[in-house]
Design a protein around this ligand. Structure first.
Ligand code: 9J3
Ligand code: ZN
Length: 264
């Protein structure tokens, strides 16, 4: 319980609670105009409305090539309602490459924890990154630059760099079996396999899915993202049960790889 883990938030989780379109917390949002920030393109912060449960961990999320925050906005309220401050960002230009997107995710986290109107609601020691496609590639870049990050989740990630042995951040790599833009054989699978064997890591390959599956509400992406963020940003071992033993192939999961039990 909370006495043993000061970071756990929300009630005892169940399969239905992690699959639900919304979690325990009512969510508010605040728009961050690009003119007021440096190093990224602004965005929208989604956060639990109540201050009764103290601070929350936070995650910044980058869209992919040519896309804006609208392409990943479904994750804002979905994840925030489970007990996170979520910053969906726009990039400086829509053609920025993964290394730039990684820097922009870090600039967004710095803005969130140091300058934003909700900074008092965020625990600045418990941060993560996510992103779609080149934004997912950017989430790997961000974790490589800032090993103190507690979770990274590239969604159908794209990067010319296929090897990530430098990462120290627990990483959930999400690929799609039908992705022809960032095929798993040349992106998500080598990303996952190149991560250190000693790292808490997992590879979720979505079944019947495309490169753009992460751009609309998806229960499988949400349930494993929530579990990963809870387990590693909140150290909430109540969520370990959804990650280990490894999920089995199903109508929604083509393949799942990982190293269990998780240790960090
Ligand atoms: O962010 C993405 O969707 C990257 C995929 C892509 O079109 O890369 C080609 C340069
Ligand atoms: Zn590399």
């Amino acid at each position: 319980g909370a006495a043993e883990n000061p970071y756990e938030r929300g009630p005892e989780p169940t399969v239905s609670s992690i699959e639900a379109p919304r979690g325990h917390y009512a969510v508010s949002e605040t728009r961050v105009p690009s003119l007021g920030v440096t190093g990224f393109g602004g965005g929208t912060i989604y956060y639990p409305t109540s201050t009764a449960d103290g601070t929350f961990g936070a995650v910044a999320i980058s869209p992919g090539f040519t896309a804006t925050q609208s392409s990943i906005s479904w994750l804002g309220p979905r994840l925030a309602s489970q007990g996170f401050v979520v910053f969906t960002i726009d990039t400086l230009t829509t053609v920025d490459q993964p290394d730039s997107r990684g820097e922009q995710l870090l600039a967004a986290l710095d803005y969130l924890t140091q300058r934003s109107t909700v900074r008092g609601r965020v625990d600045s020691s418990r941060l993560g990154v996510m992103g779609h496609s080149m934004g997912g590639g950017g989430s790997l870049e961000a974790a490589k630059s800032r090993p103190g990050l507690q979770a990274a989740i590239p969604l159908t990630g794209w990067n010319l760099d296929k090897t990530w042995p430098e990462l120290r951040t627990p990483t959930l790599v999400v690929g799609a079996d039908g992705d022809t833009v960032a095929p798993v054989s040349s992106h998500s699978e080598p990303f996952y396999e190149s991560l250190p064997g000693s790292l808490d890591k997992a590879y979720l390959e979505l079944n019947g899915a495309s490169h753009f599956t992460p751009n609309t509400s998806n229960t499988t992406i949400a349930k494993y993202s929530v579990s990963w963020l809870k387990r590693f940003i909140d150290n909430d071992v109540r969520y370990e049960r959804f990650l280990c033993p490894l999920p089995r192939p199903s109508t929604t999961i083509e393949e799942y790889r990982g190293n269990c039990p998780h240790t960090s």
